[in-house]
Design a binder for this molecule. Structure first.
Ligand code: ADP
Length: 324
């Protein structure tokens, strides 16, 4: 069973003056148990809307959302204690210590001080727990927020853009914390619009654009699938090398001090051959590895990959009242 299951999710926000925005448009997603799952997409892709539907904070227009097998539109109560989340910035009292903040929150949920101390340690704030929150860095505040979401020791942790606004040091702290939580066997679901972040943090990834799923799978697979298309070639004279390769019918460009050639994976020997025939010897030949950034741009720019109707909100229904 997938820990998070989304089937045919659609959310349409009605505008007051008529018309609507389709924020999520027929999304299917299955998040397996354990590890860190990255929910990636540019701003406005529909990530927050999806998370809000999943957590029962807004009602979808149609579709099903399940957490740990439970339909969250119908029976959220029976599962909410097994799920921790941060969707908006958690409200913390800056004048109180991190520990005091957690104790106040915990008291509402019947959580012991021992558990608060344990959680502070888990997020690496054990030694700063008694300091006031207003002395914390943004990264520390975010870790305290994660601690709050962890108080109930949830099986699933859902975080919307947890690294937003953090400096590189803060991002690293969050990354290490979340990786650790994923390794402990928890399922950590994080949305993000920053690819480098997700790449280093996640085991699995799904890419969303304009309310639709574009690709999902293991981070390596998503990258690997896209990396088959070419090679990086280094030769002493790049322009001459490119000319020769193009003469042999290959497509290429000069980029970052090398030639990048579009070619199927099993055809690398022909590069060597074509160049050697002209007396050009390679100093380097390796497969062109698409990084997530490239994959992302490629995928989100190609209208064919998204379905043509995803370009614009495609539903006009000025008659009904708004919700959500
Ligand atoms: P993301 O989290 O990926 O940035 P969102 O889910 O916040 O994306 O937004 C998806 C789309 O829905 C955007 O076009 C956004 O403007 C729109 N949207 C989000 N929330 C609302 C709302 N409450 N009312 C109307 N439109 C909204």
């Amino acid at each position: 069973m997938a820990v998070i299951e989304i089937e045919g999710l659609k959310k349409e926000y009605r505008r007051l003056r008529g018309g609507s925005t389709v924020a999520v448009n027929g999304l299917d997603l299955a998040v397996p148990e354990g590890g860190v799952f990255g929910f990636l997409g540019p701003n406005g892709a529909g990530k927050t809307t999806t998370v809000r539907c999943l957590l029962g904070l807004i009602q979808p227009t149609s579709g099903v959302t399940r957490l740990l097998g439970v339909d969250t539109q119908k029976d959220l109560k029976s599962v909410i204690d097994r799920v921790g989340s941060i969707v908006e910035t958690p409200s913390l009292f800056p004048g109180f210590s991190g520990r005091k903040n957690l104790e106040l929150l915990g008291a509402l949920q019947g959580i012991s001080r021992t558990r608060v101390a344990e959680t502070l340690d888990r997020v690496g704030l054990g030694d700063r727990g008694n300091h006031r929150v207003k002395t914390y860095s943004l990264g520390m505040k975010q870790r305290l927020g994660i601690a709050a979401a962890l108080l109930k020791d949830p099986e699933v942790l859902i975080l919307d853009e947890p690294a937003n606004g953090l400096d590189p040091a803060g991002i690293k702290e969050i990354r290490e914390l979340l990786r650790g939580l994923g390794r402990d066997g928890r399922t950590v679901f994080v949305s993000s619009h920053i690819l480098s972040e997700v790449r280093q943090m996640c085991d699995q990834v799904a890419i969303l654009a304009r309310g639709r799923l574009i690709v999902s799978g293991a981070v390596e697979d998503v990258l690997h699938e896209r990396s088959a298309g070419g090679f990086v070639v280094k030769v002493p004279d790049l322009h001459r090398g490119l000319e020769v390769l193009q003469g042999a019918g290959m497509e290429g460009t000069i980029k970052n001090g090398a030639i990048s050639v579009k070619l199927a994976a099993d055809r690398s020997p022909s590069i060597t051959e074509v160049l050697a025939r002209e007396g050009i010897y390679l100093s380097e030949l390796r497969p062109l590895e698409a990084d997530l950034e490239t994959v992302f741009l490629e995928l989100t720019r190609d209208p064919a990959a998204q379905g043509a109707s995803a370009q614009e909100p495609d539903v006009q229904d000025p008659g009904s009242g708004g919700r959500g």
